[in-house]
Design a protein around this ligand. Structure first.
Ligand SMILES: C[S@@+](CC[C@H](N)C(=O)[O-])C[C@H]1O[C@@H](n2cnc3c(N)ncnc32)[C@H](O)[C@@H]1O
Length: 409
């Protein structure tokens, strides 16, 4: 049985739009007769050569990975979120599958909350792959959200001693999936007093586990980095990454893994990234950055994210991708320039073809699978086979791969 099989609602016009788009198509396939303000806006910005995202009003295709699952998959006009064959958007459960959450992982919250939690998450399989080459031990997750990154790191062998987020609903999801003893806290990490209180609490918990913390992980929000134009060090929306560094400087973990948007490497935003690396260097860490392509690590999705690793007394290590990258951009930021073996990435079909084409009326209504599991990915999602079936042993890249590299010993 599965839960969370609910999709965003469609207006009559949106339903008409969705019906006109073929698999693999998008707004460009719409007849001129479709009169929607959103489509007009997209057409106009495309004709002016700006912001014409080719995935808008996109319909997935069965034989490729999905495009990035953002927090907007409840709407057709903000990405490629139309089901490959049904006349609807993908459901929360389908998005969770494409993000590599197992079916047993439930989401909580009303309205758009479950959509946001799933779209915000680091795919757990990616967290697992990045985590299994690190030195395992105790772990803290700052800006933990629904717990995608934590879940992957837990699979890799880390033991969670604290997780913090200011969204009480996301924290509920985090706790409900792990049990009432789960050490998750609701706090605003932009507030120095709350941050300090969390640090003190985490130090107490670490002391109970023998002292040192092996890993501080987390994905501080990135609104200030995703928007067009130059990014300023003093933009208040960018301060959360420095709150993250402040917490690290107090907690002194052996390793740090920070996730953010790939556009941090772009001109105009690069100064923030350089300052971040310098900040870690000042407190004694060697840093390295990769842009991980999720499809290379077994996630059925073309999602690329920046990861910064900081290590005390050693060199950062990254796992090589195991699957072919379909869009191998930003090669100099990848753990292996000619990344991936010959193995193709998982497709949308591998990920969700066993789920019912009809969505459920409510997220809490359990619905049956439409088919028996049709792929290793589906067998793994249902808990029938273990993670080793999907992710064979990986080769480890023991050198920081990117420049500039601060703090090389
Ligand atoms: C990119 S999401 C993290 C997703 C998470 N790593 C995962 O894998 O599921 C960023 C999170 O930061 C949280 N957040 C935003 N501002 C915050 C603040 N001031 N203090 C604490 N958490 C905050 C959001 O609620 C959101 O869950």
């Amino acid at each position: 049985m599965i839960f969370d099989h609910v999709a965003g609602g469609l207006s009559e016009l949106d339903a008409q739009i969705v019906a006109s788009i073929p698999p693999g198509g998008n707004w460009r396939h719409l007849p001129e007769t479709i009169d929607s303000a959103r489509v007009r806006q997209i057409r106009q910005s495309a004709s002016q050569g700006k912001g014409s995202r080719s995935t808008y009003y996109g319909r997935m295709t069965w034989d490729r990975p999905a495009y990035t699952i953002s927090t907007y998959f409840s709407r057709p006009g903000n990405g490629c979120f139309i089901h490959p064959s049904a006349g609807r958007l993908i459901t929360v459960r389908e998005a969770a599958r494409l993000q590599s959450f197992p079916d047993a992982y439930r989401f909580f919250g009303r309205g758009r909350s479950r959509f946001v939690q799933v779209g915000n998450a680091v795919p757990p399989l990616l967290g697992y792959q990045l985590g299994r080459v690190l030195k395992q031990g105790t772990m803290v997750d700052l800006f933990c959200g629904a717990g995608g990154l934590s879940l992957g790191l837990e699979w890799a062998g880390f033991h969670s001693i604290a997780a913090v987020d200011n969204d009480a609903t996301a924290v509920r999801t985090f706790i409900e999936n792990r049990g009432p003893q789960t050490p998750a806290l609701v706090a605003d990490l932009s507030d120095p007093t709350e941050l300090q209180a969390c640090v003190s609490e985490i130090k107490l918990r670490a002391a109970k586990h023998g002292g040192g913390i092996a890993l501080v992980a987390g994905g501080p929000p990135c609104q200030g980095f995703s928007t067009a134009g130059d990014c300023r060090l003093d933009d208040p929306r960018n301060q959360l990454v420095f709150s993250f560094v402040r917490a690290v400087s107090e907690l002194e973990p052996m390793q740090v893994l920070m996730e953010n948007v790939a556009s941090l490497t772009f001109r105009g935003r690069r100064s923030i990234l350089d300052e971040l690396q310098r900040a870690f260097h000042r407190i004694g860490y060697t840093t390295s950055i990769v842009i991980a392509h999720a499809e290379g690590y077994g996630v059925p999705q073309l999602r690329r994210r920046l990861f910064l690793q900081a290590v005390k007394g050693g060199l950062p290590v990254w796992p090589a991708p195991q699957r072919r990258l379909l869009v191998p951009t930003m090669a100099k930021y990848q753990p292996q320039a000619t990344a991936g073996s010959g193995c193709p990435p998982f497709s949308v079909h591998d990920a969700i073809s066993d789920l019912p084409s009809e969505a459920a009326p409510s997220p809490d209504e359990a619905v049956s699978y439409a088919h028996t599991a049709q792929s290793d990915y589906q067998r793994w999602s249902r808990g029938i086979v273990g993670i080793d079936t999907l992710c064979p042993p990986t080769s480890i890249i023991e050198e920081p791969m990117t420049r500039p590299l601060f703090g090389k010993p």
